[in-house]
Design a protein around this ligand. Structure first.
Ligand code: SF4
Length: 444
């Protein structure tokens, strides 16, 4: 079986590429050529032919990922299925199943069966969780088992995997030598791998046998997302030498993987102050040859716990603006607890809104929807207004709860509605369109 990347390089437009082009409102050749150059990925799992088609990358709408999964403290298949369905209802584009507690095979299979989103995961979680149970020490994991497990999960229908190939002895040495780390290590998979390497005094097998990882991904046409195991967990660690060492290696691996015909993404960057986000994205794009960038937030402050979906949304709007392609949501439970169903809903909503804000800046030519909302609002066309909103049900509910006397206004200003007064004064003067006015001048 050839991957979407290999087919694109042969000039073939696959049914998935066609579907993605229709969904995005772009030319089929834009999708095909983006995949051929490695600027776009299209996760496809032969085990789940009916999963949604989602293309991620340059020139496309910024996508939103929702992560779910059990922990050793809270583990219920029913709850995870509810969370997966909630993410899909809230219009997340992809889902990551990141369980570490309970029957991990059963949870993964149930989630894959119950939702239509492309599902990703982190295979290290199951590998180290099982080793912890079996040997009472995750560092005793047999690295051969890791490869077996990756294949089993791909065969189940996982269509993208975050794998920590970029942590190696070189990047760990950078961490040791720099002499500080305010946020420590915050990646579960990354920390497991660093610990295994230190305990066994060996190189990361996923780095050493990278071609084997790519061969497995190719076999199932899964997207390899190069995990960010030494990401910054505090804004004061942003762009430290350890993080950058891993990013350089990941970007190098992205190029190698593409040469092998594998669809590649790079992950980053964790906690990053707002003024460093544009630079971070520029570095990833420049060093990886334009590989799609899958960002976790980023969180531009460390002190927002309880409202970190908002903290991350601010970072996400900036990252989408500057070129991030897929944004992993953050929920209000971040740094505090395992997210519940409502947290999942809030996280997806906040991140979708952030991605929309970023896209408005990234693609100024695609602002038509915002214009239509503004016109409906200007004309007090409430029903049209609701239909155009991202969250119509929430908007309707708020208005219904506090109904105004004059149905053209709302209870915010009531009799003093500026909109109504302005409309009465200027309605015949402000009906024009800026673009048409410019076009008319050009025609003259
Ligand atoms: S009442 Fe105030 S907030 Fe409501 S529509 Fe009129 S101007 Fe806008």
């Amino acid at each position: 079986m050839k991957t979407q990347l290999e087919l694109a390089r042969e000039g073939i437009i696959t049914p998935q590429m066609k579907k993605a082009a229709i969904d995005e409102g772009v030319a089929e050749t834009l999708i095909r050529d983006g995949i051929a150059y490695g600027h776009i990925v299209l996760p496809c799992s032969p085990s789940r032919p009916n999963q949604n088609v989602v293309a991620i990358g340059r020139g496309l709408r910024t996508k939103v990922n929702a992560s779910i999964g059990t922990s050793s403290d809270i583990n219920s298949i029913e709850l995870e299925i509810k969370k997966a369905k909630a993410a899909e209802e809230e219009k997340a584009d992809t889902l990551m199943e990141l369980s570490t507690g309970g029957d991990l095979n059963a949870i993964r299979q149930a989630v894959l069966a119950e939702c239509n989103l492309p599902v990703g995961n982190v295979p290290l979680y199951q590998a180290f969780s099982e080793a912890a149970k079996k040997y009472r020490n995750p560092n005793k994991l047999d690295s051969e088992y890791l490869f077996e497990l990756i294949e089993r999960q791909l065969a189940d229908g996982i269509s993208f995997m975050a794998i920590h190939c970029g942590i190696n002895r070189f990047s760990i040495e950078r961490l040791r030598k720099q002499g500080f780390r305010y946020g420590g290590l915050v990646s579960k998979g990354g920390t497991f791998m660093v610990s295994w390497m230190e305990y066994n005094q060996k190189e990361n097998p996923l780095y050493e046998q990278f071609d084997r990882v790519c061969a497995l991904m190719k076999k199932y046409d899964a997207v390899l997302s190069l995990g960010n195991g030494i990401r910054a967990g505090a804004i004061h660690d942003s762009h430290d030498r350890a993080q950058m060492a891993e990013m350089i290696i990941n970007c190098e691996l992205a190029e190698l993987g593409r040469e092998m015909g594998c669809q590649m993404m790079v992950e980053g960057p964790g906690h990053v102050p707002l003024d460093e986000i544009a630079g971070n994205i520029m570095l990833e794009k420049a060093m990886s040859g334009g590989a799609p960038y899958y960002v976790l937030g980023p969180l531009p402050a460390d002190s927002g716990a309880g409202y970190d979906h908002i903290t991350a949304a601010i970072g996400a709007a900036h990252s989408a603006h500057h070129g991030a392609d897929l944004i992993c949501y953050i929920t209000p439970a971040e740094h505090l607890a395992l997210p519940n169903e409502q947290d999942v809903r809030e996280g997806v909503r906040a991140t979708r809104l952030a991605a929309r804000i970023g896209d408005i800046a990234k693609y100024p030519e695609r602002r038509e929807q915002e214009k239509r909302v503004a016109l409906a609002r200007r004309d007090s066309a409430w029903e049209d207004h609701f239909k155009l909103l991202m969250f119509p049900e929430q908007a309707r509910a708020i208005r219904k709860e506090r109904t105004p006397e004059n149905e053209r206004t709302c209870t915010m200003c009531g009799d003093f509605c500026a909109n109504e007064r302005g409309y009465a004064l200027f309605k015949d003067d402000i009906r024009g369109d800026r673009c048409r006015k410019v076009e008319a001048i050009i025609e003259e």
